[in-house]
Design a protein around this ligand. Structure first.
Ligand SMILES: Nc1ncnc2c1ncn2[C@@H]1O[C@H](COP(=O)(O)OP(=O)(O)OP(=O)(O)O)[C@@H](O)[C@H]1O
Length: 258
């Protein structure tokens, strides 16, 4: 008798995410919903990417997940905990980091002072702080060189690296990343995508990435959500598309109505 076939691995979409939102509804004013029942997941060690036309609610999704906007319906789950509506200042303590589209450093403070702010909420002892700083400098050598300079004097790409290093100080388990290479030159973009990829592959972070640079983002993505009008228009594992980035781009264009 031939052995029974091994049970099929569950598809990622069927597995619980470390961070997930279900049927999220949110907006900036009471009368207009930007998110209209949106559900996405992020899994440890993997990158989920949200793509879609301009103004469709991608940044609004990240803001709602991080607590800047309170959803009017739906829920946000971290593991099995319902964290819907938790304010931003609690999110880092819960292990969720948010890298917004616009630079969020304090430009007049030194790079090192900015890094230390990544751990202020934990009131760390000096040796812990020193150890985290050292590991940030090992991961981002260019930052070590510039640690005494005002952060605002660094290039856009270097500032992005400081932001990521600052977030790593708290060792979060989930990353919400909004267009990490907006306004950055192509070579620096490549470095930043490598770093984002490293967050998932080397550090097992669950990454939810929002990106306009669809081809570059798809190159590092595991799972894709195409969003249109505040809801998921189509979704699928990146591998399902093989190397056919064009098929995904076509879906995105279709969602855009182009
Ligand atoms: N602070 C705000 N107050 C009111 N409306 C807003 C605010 N921020 C965004 N919006 C509106 O919400 C909608 C969705 O914006 P959002 O930034 O989430 O889109 P997006 O998909 O991230 O677009 P893009 O790719 O251009 O960044 C847009 O119509 C936008 O004008």
């Amino acid at each position: 008798m031939s052995p029974a076939p091994a049970p099929a691995e569950p598809r990622w979409s069927d597995r619980p995410g470390l961070l997930a939102c279900e049927d999220l509804v949110a907006g900036y004013t009471g009368d207009i919903d930007i998110l209209r029942g949106l559900s996405v997941k992020a899994w440890p060690g993997r990158i989920s990417c949200v793509v879609g036309p301009n103004g469709t609610g991608k940044s609004t999704l990240l803001k709602s997940l991080f607590g800047f906007l309170r959803p009017s319906a739906g829920r946000v789950l971290l593991g099995t905990d319902d964290i819907t509506g938790s304010p931003p200042f609690r999110m880092l303590g819960l292990g969720v980091a948010y890298l917004p589209q616009r630079p969020s450093l304090f430009p007049h403070l030194s790079v090192e002072a900015n890094l230390k702010l990544g751990l202020w909420h934990a009131r760390p002892k000096k040796p812990v702080l020193a150890e985290r700083l050292d590991s940030a400098y090992q991961r981002f050598p260019v930052i070590r060189e510039k640690r005494s300079q005002p952060a605002g004097q660094l290039s856009g790409g270097q500032q992005r690296q400081v932001e990521i290093a600052r977030s790593l100080m708290a060792d979060p388990s989930v990353y919400l990343i909004d267009e990490p290479t907006a306004g950055v030159d192509p070579q620096t973009s490549e470095t930043i995508y490598d770093i984002v990829q490293g967050l998932a592959r080397d550090l097992s972070k669950a990454v939810l990435l929002v990106d306009q640079d669809i081809r570059a983002a798809l190159a590092i993505t595991d799972y894709v959500y195409v969003v249109k009008n505040g809801t998921v228009f189509s979704e699928g594992e990146r591998d399902d598309f093989g190397t056919d980035t064009d098929a995904l781009v076509a879906r995105w264009l279709y969602a855009s109505g182009e």
